[in-house]
Write a protein that binds this ligand. Sequence first.
Ligand code: SF4
Length: 249
Amino acid sequence: MRTQMTSDLDLPENISGQNHDLSLIEKYDGFQDLALLEAALNDAAFGAIGAVSSFGADSALLLSMLAEVNASIPVIFLDTGKHFPETTDYVQNVSESLGLENVHYRRPDLAEVNIHDRIGDLLESSVDACCDLRKVRPLEKALRGFDSWITGRKRFHGADRSGLKSVEFTEGRFKINPLAHWSAERIKTEFKARNLPQHPLVAEGFLSIGCAPCTRAVAPGEDVRAGRWADNDKTECGIHNSPWVGESI
Ligand code: SF4
């Protein structure tokens, strides 16, 4: 089936309201990659499941696993308006080459942008406010119809991610982390084995890729996320650690 690239209006609107069974966290502790995806997508206790992808440096691995298990699962891409053009092209190319059937672009609310960032320089006064406007709030809206979401986070990224579990429960939803336990080396090996298309900026030293103004290439030996918000203390955009909705606008 041809890849369907939609904007945001046809995502489900209301969370099912089902009771969340927190025993799933222990039940699937240690499950990984395809085994975790297959188990979660076949376990009704997770409710409606979507995936969120940055279409960054190694995103194609998880996306290829998703395509293998269920190519029609909704995949949400936060189109902040600040991405590298290479990323925008990559979303289209990798979705089509993997056969993903249900990719959704979620953009910031235009009215909010006009109020808070009309000329696009909010990040110069507050990167937290900019991420809140362009990532946190749009994702909160995009996830309203889902009980659980799949993320590509890994423990080896360090900091807040060091203790990631296969399944977490935060802010009323399960997060399913199929690659939480994978090392950088294992990802690289599997990426090659699957002959996956590489984000073009990886060849230029970008090992973690976010918005263009807030991402630089990393030097050999630097932490994989050292190029993200390199000029300040920020390490996460906020979608994984802030209560809905952010307070910073
Ligand atoms: Fe704004 Fe930078 Fe956050 Fe992108 S990463 S939303 S440009 S502050």
